[in-house]
Design a protein around this ligand. Sequence first.
Ligand code: NAP
Length: 257
Amino acid sequence: MSRRVALVTGGGRGIGLGVSQALAAAGFDLVICGVREESAVAEVMRALAASGAAVHYVQADVSKADDRTKLIAAVRARFRRLDVLVNNAGVAPSVRADIMDAGEESFDRLIAINLKGPYFLTQLAANWMREERQADQAFAGCIINVSSISATVASVNRGDYCISKAGVGMATQLWASRLAEFGVNVYEVRPGIIKTDMTAGVVEKYDKLIAGGLLLQPRWGSPEDVGKAVAMLARGDLPYSTGQVLMVDGGLTAQRL
Ligand code: NAP
């Protein structure tokens, strides 16, 4: 039997790389996409391959329909199967702006990349997974959306980001509802404050907040923390919980009195 195959969007750096590493360690072969040239991720791909996974990179922008089609076609051509989709690729606003002033351009960009992209990539994966289930009743697919605490925690200087992630929350509910009959579980992972390129510009701000007691576990989260959570779901260790949200936030959203 061939190894299970996972597609990780934005899997070449940051949280996505933590996910790719954890899935490779769990025995998955991998397709990774990103917007950068393949040469920019050559070293990362070599390291993943050294851990025993067959790996394939596709330069694809998830906000573009043609690129999503190309991406899924590349998975078919390389591996002929898809077991797990991790919708991880995402962007923060280029400039954090008060919602009293923030413009439509940033809103449209974030909705296109963070919400429309994964929603329609899921549609492509879902139709393929339905085929896989029809061909083999033992097929068990899995789709994992990496959203954010921002799905429920309001930050008034990046409303576009919060709304895009709240939308991913509903997308998780929709796809979990639609795909259960095909043996495909759909989950959402909500990271808190994770040290990556995305948060490089706000290190001082979050250092202060963490020192001031924002988290129950007073440290930055790491891509490995999120990778472990995703790998647990992808392996099938939470089989009777489709549609659930898994917080990876060091207790940021735990209510306290
Ligand atoms: P990151 O370090 O900036 O990495 C973003 C990844 O997404 C990169 O691999 C990038 O590709 C890819 N990407 C960006 N736009 C893309 C597009 N249009 N099409 C395809 N790939 C695209 O960010 P991160 O912190 O790892 O974030 C990963 C996910 O976690 C995002 O959805 C983010 O919203 C979410 N998240 C992050 C945090 C945090 O604190 N860092 C917290 C909660 C949620 P290239 O490598 O080719 O540039």
